[in-house]
Design a protein around this ligand. Structure first.
Ligand code: PMP
Length: 360
């Protein structure tokens, strides 16, 4: 077996120790006589797994008691619609800050369900910056303010939580959740697709302040209602039991690593290693404004696009996987989520140096 250094943007690398544990438990979970995917979600075995996962996530993120944690399906994309459906009225304004392709998609989906207003956008910089907070056009009566703390495609990240007064702040944390400690109390709602820092795809975690549940309309299908999911402990229907189980293993792994404070140190160092090399190389280039560069997703270009094919071919041969940039931006992208360790980043930099020497 030969596992490469995996820089995939998502579904992304998972900790090897977790995969090994899942492998060891694959045929029979904890003396139960069956795999965890083969038992009822309403039985005591799975309920135990589900409750432990929630408790560990609450501990990792220090989630206050007045927030519900939901383990849902439909991905972050479904949340683009489910959020306005639940916490905005159709004629009510909801403010969106657009800093990349995922926030654009959130606007497009949300516009079918509420009066979406783009309060600020960094499109004119090709999404390489974040608009200064004092220029945001916010309505104190808006249903909520939505933003994307980390834009996975162009690698732009907020390193502070914006102050939006009393309006609930809603964050798509798909590609940054669990990368560092977070003050959850600053948010009305946080959501994250699992397939980067949480676990396998097919699961989305929603952390919602309880008072917002009162906004969920009674006349929407129950399956879309946060209030119904909360009242039924995310088991309104059959949940993604395997995803939930694996997420639980990841949360335990994170705790054993020293929690999010330890991840913050590791993630900052990993990103700094790569940015320092790129900036000093005179060969590779990252276009993002330095203060808002992502720790999780690092796009970079080579001096000419003709070099992309040999770079991808040779990096793949060297065991460095999934470095191709998103089709919207081209070039390369290295995603450095929690399960990507410093050794992988060092191996990447070593390859990049050698490639630059040979082709420069
Ligand atoms: N938001 C962000 C920031 C993402 O990175 C992604 C997926 N890469 C999505 C939303 C969409 O997630 P999903 O495919 O789970 O719907």
């Amino acid at each position: 077996m030969s596992r490469g250094h995996n820089f995939s943007a998502g579904p992304a690398a998972l900790p090897e120790a977790v995969l090994r544990q899942a492998q060891a438990e694959f045929l029979e979970w904890d003396g139960s006589g069956a795999s965890i995917m083969e038992v009822s979600h309403r039985g005591k075995d799975f309920i135990g797994v589900a409750e432990a996962a929630e408790a560990d996530l609450r501990e990792l993120l220090a989630i206050p008691a007045n927030y519900k944690v939901l383990f849902l399906q439909g991905g972050a994309t479904q949340q683009f619609a489910q959020i306005p459906m639940n916490i905005a009225r159709r004629d009510q304004r909801a403010d969106y800050v657009v800093t990349g392709d995922w926030s654009e998609k959130a606007v497009r989906e949300g516009a079918t369900l509420a009066r979406i207003h783009v309060s600020a956008s960094s499109q004119s910089t090709n999404y390489t910056s974040i608009p200064a907070r004092d220029g945001w056009d916010l309505d104190p009566n808006a249903a909520y303010v939505h933003y994307t703390p980390n834009e996975t495609i162009r690698g732009v990240e907020f390193h502070d939580i914006p102050d939006v007064g009393d309006v609930p702040l809603v964050a798509d944390m798909s590609s940054t959740i669990l990368s560092r400690p977070l003050d959850v109390s600053r948010f009305g709602l946080i959501y994250a697709g699992a397939q980067k820092n949480i676990g396998p795809s097919g699961l989305v975690v929603v952390i919602i302040r309880e008072d917002l549940l009162a906004r969920c309309p009674k006349d929407i299908p129950r399956i879309f209602s946060f209030a119904e999911h909360a009242a039924n402990s995310s088991m309104l229907n059959t949940p993604n039991t395997f995803g939930w189980y694996l997420a639980g293993l990841i949360f335990k792994w994170l705790k054993a690593q020293g929690g999010l404070a330890a991840m913050e140190v590791r993630n900052r160092t990993k990103a700094q290693t790569l940015y320092d090399y790129i900036d000093g190389s005179g060969f590779y280039r990252n276009p993002v404004e330095v203060s808002v560069r992502s720790w999780m997703n690092i796009p970079f270009t080579l001096p000419t696009t003709e070099l992309d094919a040999p770079f991808l071919r040779e990096s793949q041969q060297a065991g460095l996987l999934a470095l191709k940039g998103h089709k919207l931006v081209g070039g390369m992208r290295a995603s450095l989520y929690n399960a990507v360790n410093q050794d992988s980043v060092d191996a990447l930099v070593c390859f990049m140096k050698d490639f630059a020497r040979r082709y420069g």
